[in-house]
Design a binder for this molecule. Structure first.
Ligand code: NAD
Ligand code: IPM
Ligand code: MN
Length: 367
């Protein structure tokens, strides 16, 4: 039976990069490699323009019902002055919260062909393979109380609250430890236990879990500021990093640059088991809507394409098809085909659709 995939392309470069993913899905369906029934919906500013909200209830319901969701990017200057409650970003946050996608996996992998495209020296990043596990439904993104109020003295006050409970910490740490088992068996847990109680609780609970259930895993605790520094000093010391919602957001953008470009980093946002081993999941590139290059046909579609590959792998267990797609990406990079963000001397510069063309050719060659 065919699997239901909901595509939410969003704003800015979202629809541009998603066009290339849709070509790949069609190619795979036509080849009989997959049997996906694709539907599309609006999210972000493009949903606001039509419905007055960044995610309509019907779209939310479709996401809950889909076997997997693929999201492009949301936001842009056109909607920056909207009230907080209807900002494009709220559409994405609602999807994450209501689907309970608490675990965001953000792999930072340096392709050999791109090792020289990093802003760091070749020997520092060559062969790098880090998995950042970002908590996605808690922390300061969702903590109460929040808001902007006017104080008695007439000053305005902006308030957000960082909150974590033990169960939220334990379930994300379990994901990190389980992943580490299949990788380098090393986890860095990152917080600021020196200044935040929620960070101290995080540290204690992660340590307790490690001691009780994951004796084979080497666990180190690291302050978030130091982690940011260590990521650019010596990133290969890391295997799996587990951290909260806000630190994970910052550290994954930082890790993106180790790989050459934000345009290369995919992610998987995964929920709890909802019965029968089924988990809700949404796949989304780490990058945003890139207003500075939107509409110019030059965005790198690889982060979105690699997010689709994570969907094949994590939601559907189609490891061979996912490997084929990952290998085709590698082929294209080895052929010296580059979008502007990863351009190198002597390489061939292409736009978004040129990258899609090259990838389809590489897939044909491998099929
Ligand atoms: P951004 O990620 O959109 O862009 C940062 C820089 O990286 C820009 O110079 C951009 O051109 C470049 N870049 C990003 N993706 C690229 C790609 N695929 N190919 C080539 N270059 C790429 O971050 P920003 O500028 O801080 O945010 C712009 C908007 O996107 C904001 O409204 C923000 O809220 C939103 N945003 C959305 C998401 C998401 O939907 N998941 C993520 C981050 C930011
Ligand atoms: C990301 C983005 C989002 C976040 C925004 C757009 C809500 O930066 O997915 O990394 O902060 O989580
Ligand atoms: Mn981000």
């Amino acid at each position: 039976m065919s699997k239901k995939i909901l595509i939410l392309a969003g704003d800015g470069i979202g629809p541009e990069v998603m066009t290339e993913v849709k070509r790949i899905i069609s190619w795979m369906n036509a080849r009989g490699l997959t049997d996906f029934a694709v539907s599309e919906g609006l999210v972000g500013g493009s949903a606001y323009d039509v419905h007055g909200v960044p995610l309509a209830d019907e779209t939310m319901a479709e996401a809950m019902d889909a076997d997997a969701v693929l999201l492009g990017a949301v936001g842009g200057p056109k909607w920056d002055s909207l009230d907080f409650s209807v900002k494009p970003e709220r559409g994405l946050l609602r999807l994450r919260k209501e689907m309970e996608l608490f675990a965001n996996l953000r792999p930072a992998l340096v392709f050999d062909a791109l090792a020289e495209a990093s802003s760091l020296k070749l020997d520092i990043v060559k062969g790098l393979d880090i998995m950042i596990v970002r908590e996605l439904t808690g922390g300061v993104y969702f903590g109460q109380p929040r808001g902007i109020t006017t104080l008695e003295n007439g000053e305005r006050q902006g308030l957000n609250t960082q909150v974590y409970t033990t169960s939220e910490i334990v379930r994300i740490a379990e994901v990190a430890f389980d992943l580490a088992y299949k990788r380098g068996k090393k986890v860095h847990s990152v917080e600021k236990a020196n200044v935040m109680e929620s960070g101290l609780l995080w540290r204690e609970e992660v340590q307790k879990l490690r001691d009780a259930k994951y004796g084979d895993i080497a666990l180190e605790h690291m302050y978030a500021d130091n982690c940011a520094m260590q990521l650019v000093r010596n990133p290969k010391q890391f295997d799996v990093i587990v951290t909260d919602n806000l630190f994970g957001d910052l550290l994954s953008d930082c890790a993106a640059m180790l790989t050459g470009s934000l345009g290369m980093l995919p992610s998987a946002s995964i929920g709890a088991d909802i019965g029968g081993g089924k988990r809700r999941a949404m796949y989304e590139p780490v990058h945003g809507s890139a207003p500075d290059i939107a509409g110019q046909g030059k965005a790198n579609p690889l982060a979105c394409i690699l997010s689709y590959s994570m969907m094949l792998r994590y939601s559907f267990g189609m490891l061979d098809v996912a490997d084929m797609l990952d290998n085709a990406v590698q082929d294209v990079l080895n052929q010296g085909i580059r979008t502007g963000d990863i351009m190198q001397a002597g390489a061939t510069l292409v736009g978004t659709s040129g990258m899609g063309d090259a990838l389809l050719k590489a897939l044909e060659a491998r099929a």
